[in-house]
Write a protein that binds this ligand. Structure first.
Ligand code: SF4
Ligand code: SF4
Ligand code: SF4
Length: 529
């Protein structure tokens, strides 16, 4: 039965991919409607001219392109130009009359490409940068209601959990998970439009807390080992998987990225990302999965909802569960390999695949390959559209070119996988975490030799006190069996997300413990007595 279901799922996924690709029609050498633009320089002196050259595809009669030059104080100059009806090409020259960082948008309908230029004054290099005038605050009632609901859910969890001996930790965990949503997507909750954001970060994607790690500039912010998704507005940190992919391709070289400038080489940035993830994983293991990841919270909420409806959870066979876990490593390897192949031109100087050059088909549609299937991305952008922070039509239109930020957010594959994971997570606890490539990456750095020996966090069991009641096995949302089966000592396994449900539910005093850097921070208690 399960094999038939998996077969059907694979067929639907293939159909989604097929229809996704079929949406792109090659017209006059174009792979779909898009706009690309280039700027003559990214460093200019005040009152100097810059030239924007670009192209719309496919070319059209009387197509007007709007070029918006946004000054550092957020005022702007609009220029309109008619694109060549044969080639789709356009050119605009503009004098830049203010020092600071300018954002330039080449806009055609809902399609857009973003450029930038840093303007300085050679006669007065220390001149203060102009500050923008912010618009008056207009409360977003939908966002305020969503925030209030989240806060109430967190508060309710703590209040109800305190009364129950077997819910104490779970409710504290829920409270922390909810609190982390505010910290991870802080810019979204405080409404970035009313707060001064440096023009270099004018994109609503950014409200970053760290953009320089160990002296290496990381414009996308501190990489983290959980789904702090790149795509919604106002995030403070960035999903490590996104950075791992994009720093291989398309941003291996220093230079221009999607609206940002990379001053350091991709290899340096990758070294920082891998080092940060390695250190965090080694110190805290998959605690990020159990206690912080927003997508983990989503699945936990689905489980709570199922319990509310009094539907019993389902379990996979041990063999299938193990295969799912292995799938996480396969997805991780595939993601890295694909990014490597796509980036071969920049990395080795030999293009292994056609259409990976800037503006090519793969560059436009298949950069960041895992994010095209990741279920977190549609969840984030759908939620933020539902509270009025993103235009819903941007989510499904085929916007391409550099500023794909404004579109192609959701593909049919993304939506299909999110729907599938949602249904599955309702029945099977933490189903995505069992095959998540990011979870696999943390496990690689924390649960396999030689790293395992240095791991800062571990579950321990005292075999003599264990009566083999099997509660730990039943309550585990990841269907981990190690805690039950292993003979005492360190019982942490690579698929354990350190949610501590097993310790919370074990009714025998001191049998299970969580040790953080050798110190016991939590242990099982006799809650039956
Ligand atoms: S789509 Fe998924 S993998 Fe990509 S940045 Fe968002 S959470 Fe990370
Ligand atoms: S394993 Fe689950 S909790 Fe961990 S990063 Fe992946 S989705 Fe998030
Ligand atoms: S083994 Fe325990 S801590 Fe690990 S996932 Fe299962 S219940 Fe949570």
């Amino acid at each position: 039965m399960k094999q038939r279901i998996i077969f059907c799922v694979v067929i639907v996924a293939i159909l989604c991919l097929y229809f996704d690709i079929c949406n792109f029609s090659f017209v006059n050498g174009c792979y779909g409607p898009h706009i690309t633009a280039e700027i003559s320089t990214t460093k200019a002196y005040i009152n100097e001219n810059v030239t924007i050259t670009g192209r719309i595809c496919p070319p059209e009669q009387n197509a007007t392109v709007r070029i918006t030059f946004t000054r550092p104080d957020y005022t702007w100059i609009d220029r309109y130009v008619t694109a060549d009806p044969e080639t789709g090409e356009f050119t605009v020259t503009q004098k830049l009359d203010m020092i600071g960082y300018w954002n330039i948008f080449a806009i055609y309908g809902h399609l857009c490409d973003r450029l930038y230029v840093n303007v300085t004054d050679p006669t007065n290099p220390l001149a203060p940068l102009p500050m923008p005038t912010l618009p008056p605050y207009r409360p977003n009632m939908l966002l305020i209601s969503a925030t209030a609901t989240l806060i109430s859910a967190g508060a309710l969890a703590v209040i109800t959990g305190r009364r129950s001996k077997t819910r104490n930790v779970s409710s504290l965990r829920l409270f922390i998970q909810v609190g982390m949503i505010f910290l991870i997507f802080f810019g979204m909750f405080i409404d970035h439009r009313i707060i001064y954001v440096p023009a270099e970060q004018i994109s609503p994607h950014e409200f970053l807390i760290v953009t320089n790690v160990f002296g290496v500039s990381i414009p996308e912010g501190l990489p983290v080992p959980f789904f702090g998704c790149y795509y919604p507005c106002g995030r403070t940190v960035t999903c490590a998987l996104w950075e791992l992919q994009t720093y291989l391709y398309p941003f291996w070289d220093a230079g221009r990225g999607w609206g940002v400038e990379y001053s350091s080489h991709g290899l340096l940035r990758l070294t920082v990302v891998i080092s940060v993830i390695f250190i965090l994983s080694l110190l805290f293991g998959r605690i990020f999965c159990g206690w912080i990841c927003p997508f983990g919270l989503y699945m936990d909420l689905l489980s709570w909802f199922r319990k509310l409806l009094r539907v019993r959870y389902q379990s996979f066979s041990r063999h299938f569960n193990e295969k799912l876990h292995q799938l996480g490593y396969v997805i991780l390897a595939l993601t890295i390999t694909l990014s490597f192949i796509f980036g071969s031109q920049a990395i080795f100087g030999a293009q292994l695949l056609p259409e990976t050059e800037k503006g090519g088909f793969i560059y436009t549609y298949f950069s960041v390959p895992f994010c095209r299937v990741c279920p977190m991305k549609p969840l984030c952008v759908l939620l933020q559209s539902s509270v009025g922070i993103m235009r819903i039509e941007w989510l499904i239109e085929n916007t391409t070119g550099e500023l794909y930020h404004l579109g192609l957010y959701l593909t049919s594959i993304n939506l299909f996988i999110l729907s599938l994971v949602t249904v599955a997570a309702f029945l099977y606890r933490r189903v995505w975490c069992r095959m998540c490539p990011l979870g696999a990456l943390i496990a690689l750095f924390s649960r396999f030799p030689p790293f395992k020996n240095f791991s800062g966090v571990r579950l321990e069991k005292i075999e003599e006190k264990c009566v083999k009641c099997g509660i730990c096995k039943r309550v585990c949302p990841m269907q981990v069996t190690c805690v039950y089966e292993k003979k005492g000592g360190d019982v942490t396994s690579s698929n354990c997300i350190l949610c501590l449900r097993c310790i919370e539910m074990c009714p025998y005093e001191d049998t299970l413990k969580l040790k953080l850097f050798g110190k016991t921070v939590f242990k099982s208690r006799n809650w039956l007595g």
